[in-house]
Design a protein around this ligand. Structure first.
Ligand code: AMP
Length: 251
């Protein structure tokens, strides 16, 4: 069984985001970039499935500029067998990414495609659903548990939904997107970082895959959230009740 995993390069989760002065997006120059945290969880799950003997190969895929190779190297150091980089400097929206994944799936024929439930830079939460739709594959989104039956070719996925946990059964091949509680991703060890340098990364361009990068969607403006007003320290509960009643008008 082969597993394909999406690993997106995003601004590191710990970076304080700054909006560009012209409001066209956020500043990414000289900013630490890392693997999207939900993609780390996706990769960890694929590695655990392989380590349990249910899969033989994990292929990590990243789409974007040349620096995505760094993200792929991190994935290879975590344990992926090989990488695929689809190089593009264009603005990529989920539909274009999903179309690229469809082509790669046609080439690689994985049994399972695992993506993060969302990328923390665009917060779209669309790519997994779109690629499942394009491939006409079943999807288990927001996965908090995945159990595979290799003989029956079935994945049982617990999904985190508002009311609790929903369990779905998917016939393989299938798409899974990962939620936060699925697992705790491993760190790459130094020997594995060294080994990752010699693992293969195949290169494609969207043109080679016959995917036109275009979008019906345009980002009109990006603005910072309103600044929080400074708080005040009150000396008594009576004062608090008075303010809630007469200033905030909430009681
Ligand atoms: P999104 O729909 O943009 O929130 O992204 C959902 C998931 O799709 C991410 O967590 C990644 O696993 C995958 N994905 C999106 N864009 C890319 C990309 N450029 N390269 C690799 N994977 C991606």
């Amino acid at each position: 069984m082969k597993i394909m995993v999406a690993v997106k390069r995003v601004v590191d989760y710990a970076v304080k985001i700054r909006v560009k002065p012209d409001k066209t997006g956020v500043v990414t120059q000289n900013v630490k970039m890392s693997m999207n945290p939900f993609c780390e969880i996706a990769l960890e799950e694929a590695l655990r499935i392989r380590e349990s003997g249910l899969a033989s190969e994990v292929v990590a895929v990243s789409i974007g500029p040349s620096q995505c190779v760094d993200t792929l190297r991190t994935g290879l150091a975590m344990g992926a067998n090989r990488g695929i980089h689809v190089e593009s400097t264009a603005s990529l929206f989920p539909l274009s990414v999903a179309k690229i994944f469809r082509k790669l799936v046609e080439i690689e024929k994985p049994d399972l495609l695992i993506l993060g439930k969302q990328a923390i830079d665009d917060d779209c939460n669309q790519t997994g659903q779109m690629v499942a739709g394009l491939l006409n594959w079943p999807q288990g989104t927001f996965a908090s548990k995945v159990v595979l039956d290799k003989e029956k070719r079935v994945a049982t996925v617990d999904r985190e939904v508002d009311d609790g946990i929903e369990t779905v059964r998917l016939n393989l091949p299938a798409v899974i997107t990962t939620d936060l509680r699925l697992n705790q991703p491993r760190y790459a060890t130094l020997p594995n970082i060294m080994k990752a340098k010699s693992k293969p990364i195949k290169k494609f361009t969207p043109e080679e895959l016959n995917v036109e990068i275009k979008s019906d969607l345009e980002i009109v403006e990006v603005t910072e959230p309103p600044k929080r007003k400074a708080g005040v320290i009150l000396s008594s509960v009576d004062e608090l009740i008075d303010k809630l009643k007469n200033e905030a008008n909430v009681i």
